[in-house]
Design a protein around this ligand. Structure first.
Ligand code: PRP
Length: 212
């Protein structure tokens, strides 16, 4: 009796990195069979009968992969830096969705004599960054449209992703300090590498070829 080959699930982050991720998945021979923009299905079959996709919020991708809800994940380094957990490997920089994490605000924002108020959806990255600089801050956690915070006096500055810089410019804000470069990464559940060895290695090699 031949053993059944287990299928492999890839969690893909919705949002800003999704389009480029889809192009990469297509090049790797695992394009979804249904149009993910239109389908209401939560699990998408792909051209490869052994591989399926789940499309989830970026912040949920590491959780799915750590706990085995997905075997692989494609997610931004920003999300990984903020995630508290290490139940997965991060074997590959996919080199897509490149941007940077930066401190931004009005030109003189960082010269305040009072405790700096920083709005962000990245409290951990922000805390670590300013702690290293020896700067005391108050973090204001937001879930989107960070650029609004300095405009309405909610914060002195923000920590956010900057890509083209157009959102900052359109709102009269400046990139004040760069924290780090960001790109999408492939993450892999630790157990999956053993229990689904053949298909995992095949896919990993495929992604590696495409991005290096
Ligand atoms: C990101 C980020 C900035 C914008 C930067 O937001 O938070 O607002 O993109 O891009 P730019 O430098 O090219 O203008 P996103 O669109 O991902 O949505 P969000 O506000 O929900 O984070």
């Amino acid at each position: 009796m031949s053993a059944v080959t287990p299928s492999l699930t890839i969690a893909v982050a919705k949002g800003r990195i999704f389009k480029e991720s889809l192009a990469l998945l297509t090049a790797a021979g695992v394009a979804p069979r249904d149009d993910p923009e239109r389908s209401r299905k939560l699990i998408l079959e792909t051209e490869n009968p052994l591989v399926r996709l789940v499309i989830v919020r970026a912040t949920d991708v590491p959780t799915y992969v750590e706990y085995g809800g997905a075997d692989f994940g494609i997610v931004g380094k920003d999300t990984l830096l903020e995630y508290d957990g290490d139940g997965f490997y991060e074997p590959l920089d996919l080199g897509i969705a490149r941007c940077r994490l930066a401190v931004a605000g009005r030109q003189a924002a960082l010269t305040t004599n009072e405790r700096l108020r920083v709005a962000t959806k990245y409290p951990e990255i922000t805390r670590r960054y300013f702690e290293k600089q020896g700067v005391q801050i108050e973090i204001i956690k937001l879930y989107g449209s960070m650029e609004l915070a300095p405009l309405v006096g909610l914060a002195d500055c923000i920590v956010d992703l900057v890509d083209t810089g157009k959102t900052l410019m359109a709102n009269g804000l400046h990139e004040l300090e760069q924290i780090c470069g960001i790109s999408a990464r492939l993450i892999v559940n630790k157990a999956a590498l053993k229990t689904k060895y053949a298909i995992s290695v095949q896919l990993l090699t495929q992604f590696e070829r495409l991005v290096t």
